[in-house]
Design a protein around this ligand. Sequence first.
Ligand code: ADP
Ligand code: MG
Length: 708
Amino acid sequence: MEAEVKQQEKKAVQELDSLFKPKSIAIIGASSKELSIGNVIIKNLVHFGYKGPIYPINPKEPEIRGIKAYPTIFDVPYDIDAAHVIIPSKFVPQIIEDCGKKGIKSVIINSAGFSEMGEEGVALQKAFLAKAKEYGVRIFGPNCQGIINCDPDYNAYCDFTFTFPKPGSISIVALSGGVGAFIMQSLFDLDIGMRMYASNGNACDVSIPDVVNYYGEDEGTKAIILYTEGFSNPKEFMDVAKVVAKKKPILAMKAGRTEEGAKAAASHTGSLAGVDIATELIFEKIGILAFNNEEEMCQTSMAFATQPIPKGNRVGIITNTGGPAVIATDELVSAGMVLPELSEKAKAILTATMLPEASINNPIDVVATGGGQHFRSALDVLMNEDTIDSIYINFVTAPFTDTDEVARQIVEVNKMKKKPIVCNFMTNLSMERYQVTTKIMKDGGVPCYAFPTTAAKALGALYKYHQVSTRNIGEAKVFADVKKENALAIINEAKKEGKSFLSSAQVYKLLAQYGISVADWRIANSVDDAVKAAAEIGFPVVVKADAESLVHKSDMGGVAINLKNEEDVRAVVEKMKGKFNAPDLKFFIQKFLPGGRELIAGVSAKKDLGHLIMFGIGGIYVEVLKDVVFKIAPVTEVEANEMLTKIKAAKLLEGVRGEKAIHKASVIEIIQRLSQLVCDLPMIEEMDLNPIMAFEDKAFVVDARIKI
Ligand code: ADP
Ligand code: MG
């Protein structure tokens, strides 16, 4: 099975070679009009030095931009690898069939007028896709920009944009051409080389996962930048990207809200999960570095393009000015990094080699009068320290030093690629002298940033990649004692009754099938029943009004706790009977479990993704506190553990001011069992276990709702 998947992936990569490494290109819809897409693409290919032949296709023109044109692709006497299609949409299905007959392997359809344009467009898209499948043609687009491959063996600029990147190691994939274009331009402005580019518009065939997989296999791609507005098939994306993300960093921009109508959701989990959270969780689960800010993402890619990944979080700082090092330290520490004390040996070397006024701690302050040899000595010391994983440099181009020499020393050490270096480079670029220094730094592959925080963020991201690529979340545990068939029967019973919410009895029976511990309970129909049930459970008890219409019971006075005896129960039930006139009113009698920490676990179904599992501080204030975290099911033990440590009030679980810590293992087990439950029962829409009462030795669910 696995070998089969590998084989398929290999085939997919080979197929996309005709797209990203085309040996020849036809431009179907080539035009002699300067300001037309069919002209600009030819111009771009030529300007970028495309290595293969270009075949403009135009029924009337003998040549376009000085290149021999052909009336149809069948008139071209050579094989054609790839084609651009820039003709009105209604002719596209026929042209795709022609491409298939001619043996063209990949087609970039730049034309618009398909699925983005209503029914007629959808039909056309279907029609050409059928032809493409029939002939084994891969379709890129439609309604898209195209691809670029800066590999000097190809120089394939199959796109109509205007940025001509220098070759490098960052590959970009962006659903939106506009975003793709500005990312490419930003990399260009930052002097970061690009490897490949793909913007696939409607993405009817070649998808984002296909491209990510292709970049993953491409040796020249060191890091990937991804922009998307959501996933048509999140599961497919996760399967592909998690493999790639282990091999090389994926920097991604999260955009596009994935869910609707959160406010209308009846459960806490539903409303808390309503915000744009799924994409973020996908990125987290598979180890993609998520950015909220496109500028930061582009800036950070500079470090990924040039630097190795650190082996840990220990950073050494070299600075020739004080303040920026303080700013940097703040940012580095908040990224989870530490500044270790230097060894005695290191300090001895620094004392011998630095200026007398230098500071030989970490940060090492070489002082503003420090020159090339001082920077070099500090760099060598940090490179040789076993307790340092990365180096952060603050370099201000002090007018009274040989800044070129400082730059040369930094570059020399940087070229060894032993540990990652980032540099906050503070200078005046309008002065010729400093332009020279800057050029030395940039040509030497030192990632230079204009602000201490930006540089620190970039280094923080390198460290983050170390973390996510070495993290192993393991496999989700499968509890063998669960009774899935019984659980299904309960759900089917509720379905038959035409209910969207399970009754209390159904809920608690269902939890029992999955071994989720609950407080002892009974359902009573009458006062006498209630008294009897309470006696069976043992006082003190809790009585809750139970009817489908009662959502937040305590809001309406439907929860009475700490009932110590028969009289208490009798009085409460009588009162509730008078208060609630729901026809299906029953009484839920439950063991009173005082003094526990109130937690919440919940579930919310997300279209095409499965379920999100939520955990946090529970009770009646859950929506006020909003101290919850989410994960995508199935949740592994490692992830369940992370959920407990990631909430803001994580310390509460440890016990504060003399309280005992809660029994975390019980809560972690409930989360894992809950995860298995919803993976087994996909018809569950929403679910709240709120609260779970957690004690020092156990945890019990005392309130639960399930929506199907
Ligand atoms: P609802 O969420 O519908 O208002 P709950 O059953 O969650 O009703 O009860 C509200 C609150 O009452 C809980 O947050 C908890 O503080 C308390 N409570 C409910 N059941 C118990 C119980 N069995 N033991 C102790 N406290 C309980
Ligand atoms: Mg509740």
